[in-house]
Write a protein that binds this ligand. Structure first.
Ligand SMILES: [Zn+2]
Length: 212
């Protein structure tokens, strides 16, 4: 078992470790949760191993998997690997995927009564690739949490086929998946989403609304 370009894999592993330190430092990946990946080619991606402290990742904690989620190098793939490969399989322009468990996302997704959350009127929406104005509407689907990851991945795929791919989705009481052409764009999407959903949570408090 091996990867076709070991140097590229080593660079991807280093990049994922670096982003792990940032994401853990932001309090978005507590208690070994979360997983991150980078596409290596059409058939392979580099992905964090299961159960590692995300602020202390080393290249040994990154493995290569094929698009069916099978390990190609040493290590145990994250339990949620199929949610990464579902994205890489459907869109060749996706080069990186970040999945995190921030307090804002977990809390808001838990109390939000609808199965999607739409935002409009915020300048920071323009941080999402393809969005050019605050006047657009950005919609995040919210899926019920599910320990059967294959079932959840097919539900995500079906929703994307019916309603479009979007830029991110939430899993209720669990976290968020977002993606981009590379890690830098993906991180920008995640950072924008954290701020935008943080505004929603604060608004609920300010207005004293109870969405439940
Ligand atoms: Zn998770």
């Amino acid at each position: 078992m091996s990867v076709s370009d070991p140097q590229q894999f080593a660079q991807a592993a280093e990049d994922l470790c670096r982003y792990g330190r940032i994401l853990y430092g932001n309090n978005w990946s507590p208690a070994t949760s979360s997983n991150y990946s980078v596409r290596l080619n059409a058939d392979t991606c580099a992905l964090t191993s299961s159960g590692k402290h995300k602020g202390e990742l080393t290249p040994a904690d990154i493995l290569a998997v094929d698009m069916e989620g099978n390990a190609l190098t040493a290590g145990k793939p994250s339990a949620e690997t199929l949610l990464h490969t579902q994205l890489y399989r459907r869109d060749e322009n996706i080069g990186a995927v970040l999945h995190t468990h921030s307090p804002t996302v977990v809390l808001l997704s838990q109390i939000w009564p609808e199965d999607q959350l739409s935002i409009t009127g915020w300048e920071l929406q323009k941080a999402f690739a393809g969005e050019t104005t605050h006047e657009g509407t950005v919609t995040f689907p919210i899926f019920a949490n599910d320990q059967d990851i294959a079932r959840l991945a097919s539900r995500v795929e079906q929703t994307m086929q019916e309603h479009g791919q979007g830029v991110a989705y939430l899993i209720r009481g669990h976290g968020v998946y977002t993606w981009g052409k590379d890690l830098a764009e993906c991180y920008r999407h995640l950072e924008a989403l954290e701020h935008l959903l943080g505004y929603q949570l604060e608004l609920l408090k300010i207005k004293g609304e109870r969405p439940l």
